[in-house]
Structures are given as structure tokens and as C-alpha cells.
Write a protein that binds this ligand. Structure first.
Ligand SMILES: [Zn+2]
Length: 138
């Protein structure tokens, strides 16, 4: 392994601080441990780690921020990898309604929409249960 920044070859595993801009907020993630270049402190964040960081940032913003802004909803939707129509399908609403929300034209029913998007984020952050099965006993 060679550092992209300085060509250094010595790395140590450390907690890295990853700031993420979510709408008007900044979420700082300190839960990631990565190999960090000992010479310059540079760390490469793998794509799948970045995906998880964005999902967590969206969840924290939707949980701790006093209101869900349009840009916050857009960030959460993109972290989930969904189009406006796809998100609308999961929430039993229309793409137009999601689009208006993201443009902050309609800020009613915030609580329900916020809870529904949080549930989708939590579902994505949970480990899959594909190797666990239910069997009837006796
Ligand atoms: Zn380096």
C-alpha cells in the first residue's frame, strides 16, 4: 500500500473524522477506523464506507435537527440511492409531492414524512438477515 498524497508506505489504523454537509447542517462522523498514512495523515475512504457515512449523516440530521429542510430530504434521498419517484413509491405519495418538498414549497406533514424516511435509512443501516431463517419446532 502506497499513499496517494505523499508516496509514504507506513500506515496506522486510526479513527478518522469525516464531516458531511447535510442541507444547512454539518454532521461529523467519528465512527470510521481506517489505515492513515503516518507521514502526511491522508486516508482513503472506500466507496462503501462513504455510502454508510452518508446514510448515518442523513439519519442524524433527520433525528437531531429541529426541522427537516428541503435540502436535508434531498440529501437523505440521494444517500438512499433513490429517485424522487422511487422514494415516493416507498412512501405511498407522488414524485411531484417529494419534488415540492425538496424545493420547500410544501412543508406540511413533516412528522410523518420524516419518520418514514428515517425508517428507510435505519433499514439500510441494519445488517441484512438473509442467512437467518424461521423454522417451526415440533
Ligand atoms: Zn501520505
Amino acid at each position: 500500500m502506497t499513499c496517494h498524497e505523499c508516496g509514504g508506505e507506513t500506515f496506522e489504523r486510526r479513527t478518522v473524522e469525516i464531516p458531511v454537509q447535510v442541507g444547512p447542517y454539518r454532521v461529523v462522523d467519528r465512527s470510521v477506523v481506517l489505515p492513515v498514512c503516518k507521514a502526511c495523515g491522508d486516508a482513503v475512504i472506500p466507496a462503501e464506507t462513504h455510502e454508510q457515512v452518508e446514510l448515518r449523516a442523513a439519519l442524524v440530521a433527520l433525528t437531531d435537527a429541529p426541522t427537516m429542510t428541503g435540502p436535508t430530504l434531498r440529501f437523505a434521498r440521494k444517500a438512499l440511492g433513490l429517485t424522487q419517484t422511487e422514494l415516493a413509491g416507498k412512501l405511498a405519495t407522488t414524485g411531484e409531492s417529494i419534488s415540492r418538498w425538496e424545493r420547500e414549497e410544501r412543508l406540511t406533514n413533516e412528522t410523518m414524512l420524516r419518520q418514514a424516511v428515517r425508517a428507510l435509512l435505519m433499514e439500510r443501516l441494519m445488517p441484512p438477515t438473509k442467512d437467518v431463517e424461521l423454522r417451526k419446532v415440533g
